[in-house]
Design a protein around this ligand. Sequence first.
Ligand code: HEM
Length: 485
Amino acid sequence: MIIIYLHQSYTDLANTCGHALFNLVLTSVVVGSSLLTWRLWTFTLRPLLHPNEPRPLPYWIPIIGHGFRFLRDSQALFTAGRVHFANSREPFAVTVFGETIYILTSPRDVSGVFKETTTLSTDQVNINRSFGVSDAGTEQMTRPAFVDAVKGERGGLKDYNYMSEHIRHSQLLPGHQMDILSRDFMQLFEVEMRSGTPEGKYVIGSTGEGGRVVLVKNWAAQSLIRATTHALFGHCLLEMEPQLTDTFLRFDDKSWMVIYNYPEMFAKETYELKEELIQIFMSTNANSFKIAFWMLAHIVHSDGLKAAVVEEASAALPSQDADLDINYLLNQCPLLDSIWNDVLRLTASSSTYRYIVSDTTIRGKTFRAGRKLLIPQRQTLLDESVFGETAATFDAERFMRDRKLANSTSFRPFGGGVSMCSGRHVAKREAFAFVGSVLTRYELKLANPEKGKQRFPRLNVMNPNLGLMGPMPEDDLVLKIKPRH
Ligand code: HEM
């Protein structure tokens, strides 16, 4: 009876409105109500039935979910998620092209993740895959075949990934190997900086009497990447590939496409550049020149700060013929140290990532096996409840005034747990070497445009990023430099 009635009503309405228009309206009503039902179930009813699971951040288009927002400005998406759940910092889930990713923004949850090393994995296999390691290569890398030199036979056989991590740590963490690396780096870096007036693509003009106009981003990148590459890999790599730094810089801004498996057809050049680079070369070189750049940018944009830092650092270079005393800069310069920390805080968009091997419960929330978990460190680095009302802006003395801040669980620019950056000590050395060297060897002035003042470089917050954010492509720090006598 009801069916006959509905059919009759359908026919009457269709005849009155015209079939095409009526079908359009009907389709819209069906799609709209299905969408509302799906939203009600997914974002309201299901979370009520599963209170122990992180709540999903609502979205409108199934499967695509937050995909485009994630690619366009992932930090804004994470902030929106945190705010959507009333800034409670409970874990939540986003959907990126069909994939559910848990987002953690509370330092206490994050500490729980770092402690859990059995059910949460760093997923080395998949990371290697995105850098082109084949199935056969993966099989070889995960086959237990090596003996740990320290533990010997007692430790049992280890696979390539374990041994590679072991070697990275002994090379890069404080100890004998790092001392050798640092010594080599400083020698090579001195060659770069001592040559008086820097030459290369970063010099864009002359001001007479030995003065030059330089682009600092490129200057920091060229000198630090060359010296680090030479110290880590020997001279052959740069001899075989003299353009390596340029190739790297062209790749750097888009490297996230490789990590997030962005479709190759939309990023052909990036994937071609990736072929020319190796993964370890990227993790070693992607960040240090950026932090050096930002530190110098903040220092030279304030005459008062510049004078204070030059005064503090000047004992590291007693004469222009001396070698830069990097240990003095690292250990006796509290202002420089505070600047390093606050710049890291403002520019790190580091994320720690884990693959969930089996269901894992942290502080009452269960994270389901087979999904990914992401910890965007920027969500705590800008937390006003920890860093104060001025958390969003640079404060050179913030970490000097409150020394405990550097050990806060909200301050993790290098990630944490088993995957914490082992290059953090090397990075600090590189940044201090560049900033200290430039400030003590040169007189510096902002090269102001004809009208007005040089704008402070804007942070490129748009690209998903795995370490430090650089400046917007069209922004740089342009300095007039003149060797000191
Ligand atoms: C300011 C500069 C740097 C920043 C902000 C930075 C940040 C990071 C972050 C966020 C991670 C992932 C941490 C996690 O998953 O929790 C990482 C990993 C790593 N970084 Fe860095 N990094 C920097 C410089 C360097 C340098 C100079 C090197 C090498 C000389 C390096 C080598 C590595 C390596 C090898 C890893 C993989 C994890 C490991 O085995 O240690 N990083 N870095």
